[in-house]
Design a protein around this ligand. Sequence first.
Ligand SMILES: [Zn+2]
Length: 533
Amino acid sequence: MPSHLSHDEIKSFIVRFEERVAPVEKAVSEAWWDLATTGTEEAQEGLVDAGTKYNKLFADREEYALVEGWYEDRPSIGDSLLERQVEVLYKTYASRQGDPEILERMEKLEAEANAAYSNHRGTVNGKEVGENEVREILRTSEDEDLRREAWEGSKTVGAVVEETVRELARLRNQLAHEAGYEDHYHRSLDLQEIDAGELSRIMGKLESATDTPFRALKEDLDEKLKEKFGVEAVMPWHLSDPFFQESPEDGDLDADRYFEGKNLEALTRDTYDALGLDVRGVLANSDLYERGGKDQHAFCMSVGREYPYDVRVLANVRPDAYWANTMLHEFGHAVYDKHINPKLPYLLRSVAHINTTEAIALMMGSLAGDPGWISTFANIPEEEIEADKLAARRRAEKLVFVRWALVMFHFEQALYADPDREDLNTVWWDLVERFQLVKRPPGRDEPDWAAKLHVALAPVYYHNYVLGNLIAAQFRNYLESYITRGPFYKNEAAGRYMLESFFGPGAREGWQDTVLRATGEPLNAEHFVESLR
Ligand SMILES: [Zn+2]
C-alpha cells in the first residue's frame, strides 16, 4: 500500500467528517420539511441558511484534494468497506465543489423556485386553483373551455420561474466547467455513477421498443378524445394531466371507485403488514392531507441518520387511485430508509442509489392497479374488477411514461448544452411533438418546460425514474420467479428478501452491484420491455 494511503488517516478523517456533517445534514432536512409543510418566507430563509451551512462543510480545498487523492488511489485501499466510503465521500465533496459565491447564489435561487412552485396558483374561472384541482378538471371535466383554462393556468408558473431556471442552469454549468466537465448534464451523471453512453443506449432502446405501440395507443386515444369532445384535432388540454405524464383514464374503467370512501392510510399499513414491514411509525410522523401553503406534491424524507430513523412522508391524500398509488409509492421509499442497517458506517447508511429506492417505490405503487392486490387489500369482489382493462391500463401507463421521460431526457441535454438559447420553448414543443405525439397549440411560445418542477429543482434526475422502472420490473420478476413463486405482495418472504437484498445493505455497494446481487443479473432492460408486449 502506498504510504500516503493510511487506513488510520482515512478513518479518522471520516470520523471527524461525520461529527461535522451529521447535525448540519439533519438541519437541512428539517428545514426542507418545514418549508414543504408551511410554505412561509421564514421557512424559505431557514432552508437557504441550512443549505449554505451544509455547503460550507465542503469548502476547504485542501481537504478536497486529500479526499480526491484517496479516491484516485482507491483500488490500493484493500478494504472494500473503506473503499466504498471513500467513493461516497469523494462524490459528496465533488458535487459541492465550486466558487462559494456561486453555491450561495444557487441555494437562494433554488429556494425561490421552490417557493414559487409551492405557492403559485393558476387562475381558472377567476378563481385560484391548486394542482389537485387542475388535475381533477383535466381528469373529469367535459367543458372544453374550462379544460383549456385549467391547462393554461397550470403553465403560468413557467413564466414566473423561467429566468430563475435559466440562471440556475448557467450556474450549474459554471461549476461543471470548473471541474473539467462539458456541462452540468455530464457532471451530474458522472457524480450519480451513471455512464452517459450506457444511459443513452438504454433510452434509445426504450425509444425504439415503444415507437410502434405508443403510436397505436395515441392514435386510438385521439380517436376517442375527438369523439368525446367533438373536436377535429386533439390539443394538450384534452389529455388528462398537464404534461401527458400519465395515460388518460379509459372512460369505461373507473379505477377510482375501488378506493371510494377507503382509508388509504389503513390500506397502506395493511399492504406493508403483509410483507412484514411495519409503517405505523412513519404514518404517525407524516403529514398526509391537503392544507393551504403546503407543498402540493408527495415525497418521503429521512431526517438524519440516527437510529431509530426519523422517516416522514408528505402527501395530499384523497381517496382515489392516484393517491393509492402515491401512498404505496412513498411508503416504499419509507420502508427502504427505515430498514437500512444501522451498524453501517455513517456514509453508507443511506439507499444504494436514487434508482434503487425508486424501483422499490414504483414496484409498490403499481400495486394500486393490480387486480390481485385490489381484491385482497381494497376488498373489492373479484368479479367487479376489470382485470383486462387494468392490464391494458398498466401497459398504457408505461408507454406514456417512457415517451414523456424521453422528452425530459432530451430537453435537459439541450438546456445544459446552452441555457441561453432563445428557442427553448420551441425545443420543448418539438420534443413533445416528436415523442409524445402531442400537438403544440398554434402560436404557443411560452416557457412550458419551466412549469415542470424537476427541470428547476431535480435536474438531471428523470432517468432515475426510468432506471427505477427497469429495476422494478427486473426485481419483481425475480421475486415472483424465485422467492415467492406467486404474487409477492401476499408473502412475507418478499418483504424479508427486500430487506436483505436492498434495504439492509444500504449504500454498501453501488447500484449496479446491488441490482446484480438482488436479481442475479446486471441491469437488463428486457424485463421492462417484455412487460410492454
Ligand atoms: Zn419516488
